[in-house]
Design a protein around this ligand. Structure first.
Ligand code: GAL
Length: 361
């Protein structure tokens, strides 16, 4: 049989088939491009308050977290509160991402045993990591706390009487971090900590100082291993403190002091880190208690089209801590105002910096 005749006989030689085939190929190419742009199995949508699976499908364990950008990657450090961990240690997890949405678990950045014999029941919370360009080291600050023998009524029950920071150091962002010491920054009690890096690269620690009913902003030493200079004491009862600089203005946010229970988080502004700071105002309708979340960090995404500021907060579940969730939302910010929109799924374009809030499910 002649070749042309054979083609005429075969169903796929029918012109209609070619139409279908072309459409099918186009669809394939389009879906390939889409999945290629995001990567296999990836998403560009953040779902506030829901389970946030890592690359292995496990809920991310990075509570009270901090985000550090280094060489095109974001690193998310946080408290690992998964079940079944060795109770002799406290764990800080590290995750890496290029887009702030899809996170690869890199294991434990810091695994530390009790750093002081006077400690009873103890915690390591709110890790924050700074990259020091001079020493080429990664420096981690954590809040180390717990009951203190001879001070706390029952050292086997957690109490926040130790009130110190811990410092650890690593050559690589994912660790392992080597624990160096605990101390009271500039001699002050220190509970929740926050991190801020200014446009000129200067690194600051924010820490809550309970006895003075306020929180301090202090500059780190050149090697970042110490807290060197106080910039400001803000006498507002705020913890979970975070700072961002946006269009030349500093914005500080924080929560009230209600432990695991959510409360109305607030913000203030200043043209200098040393103040004066404006009065504190609500970041969301106060009756929502910040939609059940507590501030952790403000992340600045400077894209090719716009700069977005992301509120990253924790939705604590004190009885099932491993299941605590994250509430991340792009903020409405500018001209001295800051507002947390009602949580809904949203997309982030890490290249352009654009965000889009999608309709609630
Ligand atoms: C919160 C604090 C959390 C954790 C909790 C324990 O006030 O922000 O990081 O320490 O208390 O009750």
């Amino acid at each position: 049989m002649h070749k042309t005749e054979m083609r005429q006989l075969m169903p796929w030689s029918h012109p209609l088939f070619y139409g279908f085939k072309a459409a099918f190929c186009l669809l394939l190419t389009l879906s390939f491009c889409a999945s290629d742009a995001l990567g296999q199995g990836k998403t560009n949508t953040i779902y506030p308050g829901e389970v946030w699976p890592d690359n292995n499908g496990n809920h991310i364990q990075a509570h009270g977290g901090g985000i550090t950008k280094w060489k095109g990657h974001y690193y998310w450090y946080g408290e690992d509160r998964r079940e079944g961990l060795d109770p002799n240690y406290r764990y800080t997890s590290c995750y890496r991402s290029k887009d702030l949405v899809n996170w690869t678990h890199l294991g434990y950045a810091l695994k530390v045993s009790k750093p002081d014999t006077i400690l009873g029941e103890w915690v390591v919370e709110r890790p924050k990591v700074y990259y020091n360009a001079k020493t080429k080291k990664f420096v981690m600050y954590v809040h180390v706390d717990g009951s203190v023998k001879g001070v706390s009524p029952d050292p086997s029950i957690i109490a926040y009487h130790y009130a110190r920071v811990g410092v650890a150091i690593s050559d690589k962002p994912e660790g392992p971090f080597k624990f160096i010491r605990t101390f009271r920054p500039l001699g002050h009690e220190s509970r929740d900590i926050g991190q801020f890096i200014d446009d000129d690269g200067s690194a600051y620690l924010i820490f809550e100082d309970r006895p003075v009913r306020g929180f301090r902003i202090a500059k780190l030493s050149d090697d970042y291993l110490d807290v060197e200079k106080e910039m400001c004491l803000i006498t507002e009862r705020i913890e979970g403190g975070a700072i961002v600089k946006y269009e030349g203005l500093y914005y500080v946010i924080g929560s009230g002091l209600t432990g695991w229970n959510a409360n109305p988080n607030k913000y203030a502004t200043a043209t200098s880190l040393s103040g004066p700071w404006s009065e504190f105002k609500d970041i969301a309708p106060p009756e929502t208690n910040t939609y059940g979340s507590q501030s952790s960090m403000l992340v600045k995404v400077q894209g090719t089209k716009t700069t977005s500021i992301i509120f990253t907060g924790d939705v604590w579940k004190p009885k099932t801590q491993w299941d605590s969730r994250y509430l991340w939302m792009p903020l409405e910010i500018g001209d001295g105002k800051l507002w947390l929109p009602e949580p809904a799924p949203w997309t982030l374009n890490i290249k352009t910096g654009e965000t889009k809030i999608l309709k609630k499910k």
